[in-house]
Design a binder for this molecule. Structure first.
Ligand SMILES: NC(=O)C1=CN([C@@H]2O[C@H](COP(=O)(O)OP(=O)(O)OC[C@H]3O[C@@H](n4cnc5c(N)ncnc54)[C@H](O)[C@@H]3O)[C@@H](O)[C@H]2O)[C@H](O)CC1
Ligand SMILES: [K+]
Length: 503
């Protein structure tokens, strides 16, 4: 499923209308059918629905939905934010049609906030502004948006919560806080960035009949949500004659001393995600007692940085960094390491070292997946965290392009940017995953998929999807506040089963 910008959406609409020949009013009717369908599901039978309609096509969608909801037996009020004679195009057509249905109509007087109207609704349909938002919301419309929010009545937003920028997810002055959003045609980027997740509530995409080849034809940039079906196709199969050699050997170079748990969690997660063999590289020369919790793990020993590269020989992939602290000479050590393996995940403690090496002009022969969280990304790019968060997709894409690697920018709606400019956004996961160790788990899962032979983009996208899904299952079992990283590990198996098994 594509995630498009406002400008791309306009091109996609135009392509279907002008080149494919489906009239705009048909698309609007399709949109309205979806809005009416969901609104009807959300409202008690015969309940009271108030539609807030703006002056453009988003308002037109709302007017058409009002008509349909009235026909379905709901009591409908329509509020219009512009003098009716100033409506144009399809919205004007919808206004004309609406006059033949028994709905109560209110036209904005420019001064009141219509508080009582909103407070009396079982459901408010927000059709004030959609992809046409082009400037901050003015005082007049702002007053109404604030009153709708203050009413605390449930809101279903049409296409986008009004006031939210569809490109960036930024609130333009003020914005509707919707409980649900029906996104029309294609998903909009603003839903997964900035304030989008907070303003849009639960959202889904409704097919309004746009031509499926549109994104290719109009040259939409390749930003997509990761779908379960894709992940299913990527996860390696387990034929009856499988042996562990088919599923790769991963080396985990990670935490020691106070952060040994990072190594353990990465390594166990890698096994849970299907790796054939996992070796943990241990500083020192004795097997630490904590490794005994998981006797399926293998160990390799090293003391001096220059001993590290030899350990990766014969392994299909490497995870380096979780819980790792810096030590002298580490730039050349990491360079040597990334010269001896095909695939690597560079995470946490290794990211700074990797940055230094990259800035000196060096490029690894390994295909690298880096997994920064927003703060680490800020350090990598010299931006501040807010700047990273304000433009997650483009920041990730830029680093992927300039460093020649795959970038996983963690956080709500994790972004995966491939070397080839393709971007995936992950729909799974929840705020319960903001707990120590979940990043180590992710590094292990991606490393595992790399060891099993998935190319970096797929390993990263499948990894974040499965990791998030395991987190969702852990949240179901333990609750958002109580779940911990080992709960996520415990749910990796059920998550993979859910993806691999059809249905
Ligand atoms: N085009 C199509 O074929 C389809 C569009 N659909 C829906 O239409 C909207 C986009 O419609 P558009 O008329 O382009 O814009 P809006 O309705 O979002 O905005 C209306 C109007 O408002 C003005 N405006 C911009 N910013 C502000 C502001 N801050 N305050 C007040 N007014 C503002 C601007 O001049 C706009 O012209 C899309 O989201 C869909 O809902 C249908 O789905 C069918 C196909
Ligand atoms: K809207």
């Amino acid at each position: 499923m594509y995630l498009v910008s406002n400008a791309e959406m306009r091109r996609l609409d135009r392509y279907t209308i002008e080149e494919v020949g489906i009239p705009a009013i048909v698309l609007m009717e399709n949109a309205a059918a979806g809005v009416a369908e969901w609104a009807a599901e959300l409202t008690p039978e015969g309940g009271h629905i108030v539609v807030a309609a703006g002056k453009g096509n988003n308002g037109g969608d709302g007017l058409a939905a009002a008509r349909r909801l009235s026909s379905r037996g709901f009591s409908v009020d329509v509020w219009l934010g512009i003098a009716p004679d100033r409506l144009t195009g399809e919205a004007a057509t919808q206004w004309g049609a609406l006059q033949h249905w028994p709905v109560r109509i209110h036209v904005d007087d420019g001064s009141s906030d219509w508080r009582e109207l909103w407070e009396g609704a079982d459901l408010i349909v927000d059709a004030l502004l959609g992809t046409g938002l082009s400037r901050p919301v003015d005082a007049r419309l702002g007053r109404v948006i604030d009153a709708i929010n203050a009413s605390n009545r449930p809101v279903l937003a049409v296409d986008l919560p009004s006031g939210l920028d569809g490109d960036t997810g930024r609130i333009m002055g003020t914005a509707i806080r919707a409980r649900w959003t029906l996104c029309l045609g294609w998903a909009k980027r603003g839903l997964v960035m900035g304030d989008g997740p907070r303003c849009a509530g639960t959202w889904r995409v409704w097919d309004i009949g746009l031509a499926p080849k549109g994104p290719e034809r109009v040259g939409a940039s390749r930003v997509r949500m990761i779908r379960k079906e894709e992940v299913r196709a990527w996860v390696p199969e387990r034929p009856y004659d499988a042996n562990k050699g088919h599923y790769g050997h991963l080396l985990v170079m990670a935490g020691h001393a106070r952060m040994w748990g990072a190594a353990l969690m990465s390594a166990v997660s890698a096994y849970r995600a299907g790796a054939g063999l996992v070796t943990v590289a241990v500083r020192g020369d004795a097997v630490p007692p904590w490794l005994g919790i998981h006797p399926e793990l293998m160990t390799a020993f090293w003391n001096l940085p220059e001993e590290a590269p030899a350990l990766v020989e014969g392994k299909q992939a490497l995870v380096v960094g979780p819980g790792l602290v810096r030590f002298d000479g580490d730039v050349s050590w990491l360079k040597a390491l990334l010269g001896k393996v095909r695939y690597a995940v560079v995470d946490a403690g290794a990211l700074e070292i990797w940055k230094e090496a990259i800035e000196s002009g060096w490029r690894p022969s390994a295909q690298v997946v880096v997994t920064p969280h927003p703060k680490e990304m800020a350090r990598l790019t010299g931006l501040d965290t807010a700047e990273v968060q304000a433009d997650r997709i483009e920041v990730a894409r830029r680093v992927a392009r300039s460093c020649g690697c795959t970038v996983v920018l963690k956080g709500a709606y994790t972004v995966v940017a491939g070397e080839d400019e393709g971007v995936w956004v992950n729909p799974t996961g929840n705020p319960g995953m903001a707990t120590g160790g979940t990043g180590d788990v992710l590094a292990g899962v991606i490393g595992s998929l790399l060891a099993q032979g998935l190319p970096p983009g797929q390993a990263a996208a499948a990894g974040v999807y499965l990791h998030g899904l395991a987190g969702d299952l852990a949240a179901q079992a333990e609750g958002l506040a109580s779940m911990v990283a080992t709960d996520v590990i415990a749910q990796l198996g059920p998550a993979i089963r859910q993806v691999v098994e059809r249905g």
